[in-house]
Design a protein around this ligand. Structure first.
Ligand code: TMP
Ligand code: ZN
Length: 418
């Protein structure tokens, strides 16, 4: 099942930009991919869904985007298994985000913050504890129930213009609209940005965080491309995108989380003076060549080299009788395993701390997910670190693995054994 774009201007190597209507030049085709979070039991319907993961860059507005979209209801199902609180580092990160919003933006009388994609409440938990009015919006029922059980207010829904209008009617304007690792998931930015523009108070701010294109290119982290990452944002493309909705990019801040992210602050046009950081980053993006097709053609060659090297390494280890286990059943691992053709024959299981993923099969590859405790029973010879964005936390928790001779396999920016 593939939900294709109705695109009369498409050709073998071009398609129409979802943001500006310009021409998108295709620079990579990962082939058929599953829904990245479709951890499933054998025979579940969701396991059969495939779509072509094709990516390009718009010649006009420079937005890096996918060609085809997955139906949102297939991705963000009621039992969507991802839990943002699954890492100590991310819990700390979102606590700090909330504290900063409380100090800088939520200082007026009875302020309101609305979060798009509130998941298990990892950010709003601190806002609630401070007694500040809030509402999370998330279509994933099970994750929302986790948040609600903590007393966080959540509406189980997709955020779009109609959602925003009804929130504004019921709650009034929002001082802050926040979103982390969600906004790039939806192809229909029109609905979201019209909704944000409708919901924001005149002096309000839309703050969102997402994986940063500049880091993805610099680190060759091709696994950041999967169904949910429909767009790969950068300062230039985001500035252009929000301007179409009467909004302005007023600040950017680089974050180390998730392999390199950017926090964007967007206000009503003219309401806030853009910070020098915006101009500086736009210049840096020019120097990095983020708007040029040749940058992505070179990236494409690096992706192919990683696939070749990783498969060769895993095949050699299997031939040598070594045991390799995956670490972290991430969304990104769907792209790695399916693009590289890595199945249980090369990686017999992947361990993960998320109960909602354990006992299920990884999408496409069929690699079983087992509890983290099974990693040490007994330790494998090698661990393929799919959750490389949590490397520090994981390698420190699993010190004993390295101490007794276990080796970590990393695959971005290049394939290497540590
Ligand atoms: P993420 O990269 O999308 O945050 O996903 C990370 C996955 O790795 C998530 O399924 C939780 C898992 N994980 C572990 O299994 N052990 C750990 O120590 C950490 C930090 C994450
Ligand atoms: Zn465009």
């Amino acid at each position: 099942m593939v939900a294709d774009v109705t695109d009369e201007n498409s050709s073998a190597n071009t398609f129409t930009c979802r943001i500006c209507g310009g021409t998108v030049r295709q620079w990579f085709d990962f082939g058929p991919q599953p829904i990245s979070n479709a951890f499933h039991h054998p025979g579940d319907a969701v396991a059969g869904i495939r779509y072509d993961l094709v990516v390009g860059i718009c010649e006009s507005c420079t937005m890096v985007q996918q060609r085809h979209e997955c139906p949102r209801e297939s991705m963000f199902r009621p039992d969507y298994p991802y839990r943002a609180s699954g890492s100590a580092l991310m819990r700390k990160h979102f606590e700090q985000v909330a504290e900063r919003l409380l100090m800088t933006e939520l200082t007026g009388p009875d302020p309101l913050v609305v979060e798009i994609g509130s998941n298990d409440g990892v950010m709003l938990r601190t806002i609630r504890a401070a007694g500040v009015r809030h509402l999370g919006v998330d279509p994933s029922r099970d994750a929302a129930e986790v948040a609600a059980a903590e007393g966080i207010r959540v509406r189980v829904d997709f955020f779009e213009q109609s959602t925003a209008a009804s929130i504004r009617a019921a709650e009034g304007p929002a001082d802050v609209v926040f979103s982390a690792n969600t906004f790039s998931h939806v192809p229909y930015v029109d609905g979201v940005l019209r909704g944000v523009a409708e919901l924001l108070a005149p002096a309000g701010v839309f703050v969102f965080e997402d994986r940063y294109l500049g880091d993805i290119v610099a680190n060759s982290s091709f696994d950041q491309l999967y169904d949910e990452h429909f767009y790969l944002f950068a300062a230039r493309s985001v500035r252009e995108m929000v301007a179409r909705f009467g909004l302005e990019l007023v600040d950017v801040e680089h974050l180390d989380v998730h392999g390199g992210s950017l926090r964007y602050s967007v206000a009503r046009a003219g309401a806030r003076a853009p910070s020098p950081a915006v101009r500086d980053l736009l210049e840096q993006e020019n120097r990095q060549g983020l708007a040029e097709l040749s940058t992505y053609e070179e990236f494409a060659a690096r992706i192919e080299a990683i696939r070749y090297d990783l498969v060769a390494l895993l095949q050699r280890l299997r031939a040598d009788g070594k045991r390799v286990v995956g670490y972290g059943a991430t969304s990104r691992s769907a792209t790695v395993t399916n693009y590289c053709g890595i199945g249980p024959d090369l990686v017999p299981f992947v361990c993960d701390s998320t109960p909602e993923k354990q006992g299920r099969l990884s999408p496409g590859s069929g690699i079983p997910v087992r509890p983290q405790e099974e990693f040490s029973r007994p330790y494998p010879d090698y661990a393929l670190l799919f959750a490389w964005n949590h490397a520090e936390e994981i390698m420190s928790n699993e010190r004993e693995f390295s101490e007794q001779g276990g080796r970590w396999i990393r695959y971005v920016p290049t394939v290497r054994v540590l």
